[in-house]
Structures are given as structure tokens and as C-alpha cells.
Design a protein around this ligand. Structure first.
Ligand code: PLP
Ligand code: CA
Length: 292
């Protein structure tokens, strides 16, 4: 039964029930470049009560250290080890799960966050934000060193980048196809823009197959990484998010309780619709309300 945390007493009882809180970022702590009222104070309150916090974002455009600067700018305390992003998860997956060979490199359609996280794991890459792709008369270069194509949000994506990615995936035997996250849209400047799921769609269509791996929520890779580092008890852990098919499904898949806030993607009407396949344990208007 979906419980509304409407009063101060409801919210205090909620905080007392859990030791660990996993936070989705965009839509819960901030929207783009603006933080929500009371967020920094609410985070301080949780820390003062000795709660552990982790930040779990599907945004692959920044490295973990760039995210720390964003937290700092909003006056929200965060440590590097508390931040889990889809770019970080992608690098960890290539390194530890696929044991990506040292003599291979990754072709990126995506922003610097992916390149930086791969570099932090010692994985070589090419392409990325500034890759202009081919010139009009070029054919796709044969580069047998490309052993994986990673696609995330790329605001400079173009047909030539797609042509390279497609060529590597079809010509290089065993070349992995990895998508950082499947968000079809993301919010910015009060509007919605095509997300990484939309950027990857043309390659999925051209190949006629799905990626070998998608790392962002609702996939469990970031939750597994959190458990590996911190041994938290799932029964004492709650995931706080704004989107049902990423954040709340992520918590549900991991068997942890979930709180949906209404400062992001999901409207109250959508949340309360009887047709929902995905249901949170709780909802409240804004995470910032904990400090009120
Ligand atoms: N992907 C991109 C490119 C984004 O900019 C955002 C939010 O800003 C997201 C995904 C969703 O991030 P989160 O999981 O923190 O809501
Ligand atoms: Ca979100």
C-alpha cells in the first residue's frame, strides 16, 4: 500500500526506519542546474542522524569527481566513494566483468564522463565528445583495436559517429555493444530532451539486436557495486527517486523499499494511477521537506 509522507511525524518515522538511503540525483536533489528548496538541509539532517547515503545517477556525462563539484556548488556534502554513476558502472563492468583486454580500446559515442571513468580504470578509448567522425569523402577506418562500443548521451552525436560505431560492431569479431543507460528522455531547462536510450536507438535498429549490457538503473550493477563496497543491509535501505521505470524499478528489482518524490518526472496522477506496473513504497512532495 503506497504511503504518503504528508506530516512531519510520518517523515520522522520514515527516517528512523532506515539506516541507508540511496539517492537518485536529477529530479530529487536538483533539476539540471537548480537545487530544490531544503535539499542541502535535509541531507545534513540525515548525516547528523548517522545515516549512510549513496548517490546513484544515470547521467553518464560527468565523471564522479565532476559530480562532486556539482554537489559542492549546491552545498550538499558528498564523498567520491558515495557517488555511483552509469559512466562509472560502465568502466567497472568493462574492467571487472568483461576483463576488457589491455590491447583493446573502446569507441565512445558520449561525453567526457565516459572517457574519464574509462581512463580511471586504465581503459583506452577513442571517439567521444570531440570526435568529428568522418569527413565527407572518408570511409570508416579499419581499427581492429576497438573491442567495445559504448553509447551514452552525446549532444554532438552525428551520422558519422554512428557509422563508425556500426562498422566496429559489425566488422570487429566479438566487439561488445554497451549502453550506459536507457533513459529515453531527461529533463533540462524546464523541458525534456532525448536521452541516452534515444541516442542508442539508431544503432540498435541498424544492428537488429539489443546491447550486450545496459548499466544504468533499473539494471542492478550500481546496487551490486554499493553492496560490494559497503555491506549495507537491504532491509534497512531505501531508494529515493523521481522516475518509476528507472529509480523505483531499480529499488524493486533489488528488493529494497522505495520513496518516490514529486519534484521530477512522475506526476501525482501518474503515481496514483491504478495501471502502474511499478509501485513505490512511499511518496512525498519533495525530499527538501525533511528539513521542514
Ligand atoms: N542522463 C542524462 C544525460 C541526464 O542529464 C540526466 C539528468 O540530468 C539523467 C540521465 C538522469 O539522471 P538521474 O538518474 O540522476 O535522474
Ligand atoms: Ca531522476
Amino acid at each position: 500500500m503506497l504511503q504518503y509522507l504528508s506530516t512531519k511525524e510520518d517523515r520522522e518515522a520514515f527516517i528512523d526506519k532506515y539506516d541507508n538511503f540511496l539517492f537518485d540525483c536529477d529530479g530529487v536533489l536538483w533539476e539540471g542546474t537548480n537545487t530544490f528548496d531544503g535539499v542541502a538541509e535535509s541531507m545534513t539532517l540525515l548525516r547528523e542522524k548517522g545515516k549512510r547515503v549513496f548517490f546513484v545517477t544515470n547521467n553518464s556525462t560527468k565523471s564522479r569527481s565532476s559530480f562532486l563539484k556539482k554537489f559542492e556548488g549546491f552545498g550538499i556534502k558528498a564523498e567520491l566513494e558515495e557517488v555511483f554513476s552509469s559512466a562509472f558502472a560502465t568502466a567497472a563492468y568493462l574492467k571487472h566483468v568483461l576483463q576488457f583486454p589491455e590491447d583493446k580500446k573502446v569507441y565512445i559515442i558520449g561525453m567526457d564522463g565516459i572517457k574519464d571513468e574509462l581512463a580511471a580504470e586504465g581503459i583506452r578509448s577513442c571517439g567521444g565528445e570531440e570526435d568529428a567522425g568522418l569527413t565527407d569523402n572518408d570511409s570508416v577506418p579499419d581499427d581492429k583495436e576497438v573491442g567495445a562500443v559504448v553509447i551514452g548521451l552525446d549532444t554532438k552525436v552525428n551520422y558519422k559517429k554512428y557509422s563508425k560505431a556500426f562498422a566496429y560492431l559489425t566488422r570487429n569479431p566479438g566487439c561488445y555493444f554497451i549502453v550506459t543507460n536507457e533513459d529515453t528522455t531527461f529533463p533540462q531547462h524546464g523541458s525534456f530532451y532525448p536521452g541516452a536510450g534515444a541516442i542508442a536507438a539508431p544503432i540498435i535498429a541498424a544492428l537488429g539486436r539489443h546491447p550486450d549490457a545496459v548499466l544504468g538503473k533499473p539494471a542492478q550493477n550500481m546496487l551490486e557495486a554499493i553492496y560490494a563496497e559497503s555491506h549495507i543491509d537491504p532491509k534497512k535501505t531505501c531508494m529515493i527517486g523521481d522516475r518509476l521505470d528507472t529509480d523505483i524499478e531499480f529499488g524493486m528489482n533489488g528488493g529494497i523499499d522505495t520513496l518516490c518524490v514529486l519534484t521530477g518526472i512522475t506526476t501525482k496522477e501518474q503515481l496514483l494511477s491504478p495501471d502502474n506496473r511499478i509501485r513505490s513504497t512511499y511518496y512525498m512532495d519533495s525530499f527538501g521537506d525533511f528539513s521542514k
